[in-house]
Design a protein around this ligand. Structure first.
Ligand SMILES: [Zn+2]
Length: 283
């Protein structure tokens, strides 16, 4: 058993960190909470997404508060539009700032971002969907991957690893994975089309659902993603799960279901340390 995720004070807010990622000394990373921002209800307070109806000025201010934790300017953010697909964007220095100030300018038709360039703050945004953090400490590659139920079942975690392999030569056996706070089995009721899809894709599908005694089973997205990453070659001991349900923790986290669809988003951030020129990237 690993050490999972820990909640850390950082400036006026708090963020989750994965100790096994910190221990490599290679990255700055974190999963934000809703605390310590400037947003008003129902986006109170640290909403980081520009596409959910919040005041853009408040979101930009909140993004700056988040960036302070990582010691970078908001212009180092790189993000994507998150369309519940499996496309992964491999980004480089010229992509710094893509989507930092505008949803329309974020990478379209992508749900995950990977890079081997230091100093780029990869960011994806959440309120119930599963954030996947990936770090290859050998080839020095990072990824921030959005896995909702569609992306999860379509295997976006495995797709991200595959792209890291083709793009940067990563071996999944070297990779660390963090499965962040998101909706838990406790609160994630699903309909039969979801179960049908699981059944056709995964031999272990019965292990990730629980019958709640009603017509609607509950799905364990954490365990689904964990098994997908193991099947893709990541050692079980390299995977950390936060085990924290967004819907059950609305005092510190945003929840789409808990907020009846109108709420803010947390950010899953990861960046390789060092300067953009790569002179201090730990080689
Ligand atoms: Zn719950």
């Amino acid at each position: 058993m690993g050490k999972g995720f820990v909640l850390k004070d950082c400036g006026q807010t708090k963020m989750f960190e994965i100790p096994s990622f910190e221990d490599t000394g290679l990255v700055r990373h974190g999963f934000s909470t809703r605390l310590g921002g400037v947003g008003k209800k129902p986006y109170d307070t640290l909403n980081l997404a520009l596409h959910v109806g919040d005041e853009p000025g408040d979101v930009i201010e909140n993004r700056k508060i988040a960036c302070d934790k990582f010691g970078v300017d908001i212009t180092r953010i790189v993000t994507c539009q998150q369309v519940h697909g499996t496309n992964i964007e491999a980004v480089s220095e010229g992509d710094a700032g893509v989507g930092a100030f505008s949803y329309d300018e974020a990478f379209p038709a992508a749900d995950g971002i990977i890079t081997n360039r230091p100093g780029l703050l990869l960011a994806t945004f959440y309120a119930d969907c599963v954030p996947l953090f990936i770090l290859d400490p050998v080839k020095k590659v990072v990824g921030s991957i959005h896995a909702g139920w569609k992306g999860t079942v379509a295997g976006i975690g495995a797709a991200a690893l595959k792209r890291m392999t083709s793009e940067y030569g990563s071996d999944p056996a070297d990779c660390l994975v963090g499965i962040g706070p998101s909706i838990g089995l406790c609160c994630y009721e699903v309909d039969s089309p979801v179960i049908d899809e699981l059944r056709t894709k995964f031999r272990w599908w019965q292990k990730v659902i629980s019958e709640s005694g009603t017509d609607h089973p509950h799905l364990d997205l954490w365990e689904t993603n964990r098994r997908i990453m193991i099947d893709a070659g990541v050692p079980e001991n390299n995977i950390e799960t936060a085990g924290l349900c967004t819907c059950c923790s609305q005092d510190i986290l945003f929840s789409y279901r808990g907020g009846q669809g109108v709420t803010g988003r947390m950010g899953a951030f990861i960046m390789l340390k060092g300067t953009p020129e790569g002179v201090d990237c730990g080689d």
